[in-house]
Design a binder for this molecule. Structure first.
Ligand SMILES: [Zn+2]
Length: 133
């Protein structure tokens, strides 16, 4: 896993962990990375960090799906499924009412919008990639 400092088009800076640099490229291209402050998916690596010359790299679909699967299982293994109480718990953690812990669960688009408006840092669980067959 590598950590990138990202910046959205409104100049919010935030840090995100990725499986590797190819996973970063794919997820940003697919608009799966959004700013926790404003929800913008127009994000790029912050220029704060020294740039490393990047070799052009081609990732085939199989590798991409393997990375997606690995990232998804990482999320699944490191978070607790709290189901429908996700919006409530995420908000309570944000407001310091309950202890912080990594959780995942369900939220309606409306609840997601409200959480983002209130500045609660949430991110979508990576989708299940198509199976090999
Ligand atoms: Zn932003």
């Amino acid at each position: 896993m590598i950590r990138y400092t990202l910046q959205c088009d409104r100049a919010h800076r935030f840090e995100v962990w990725f499986q590797n640099s190819a996973a970063f490229d794919e997820q940003v291209t697919a608009d799966q990375v959004s700013c926790p402050d404003c929800g913008s998916t127009a994000v790029e690596k912050s220029l704060m960090a020294p740039g490393v010359p990047k070799k052009a790299e081609t990732v085939g679909p199989r590798e991409f799906f393997n990375q997606m699967r690995a990232f998804r299982s990482h999320v699944m293994n490191t978070t607790e499924d709290v189901g429908g109480s996700f919006p409530t718990q995420a908000r309570q953690m944000h407001e310091g009412e309950i202890e912080h812990k990594p959780i995942r669960g369900n939220a309606t688009p409306e609840e997601v919008r409200e959480l983002k408006e209130d500045g609660v840092p949430i991110a979508p669980v990576p989708p299940e990639p198509p199976s090999e067959n």
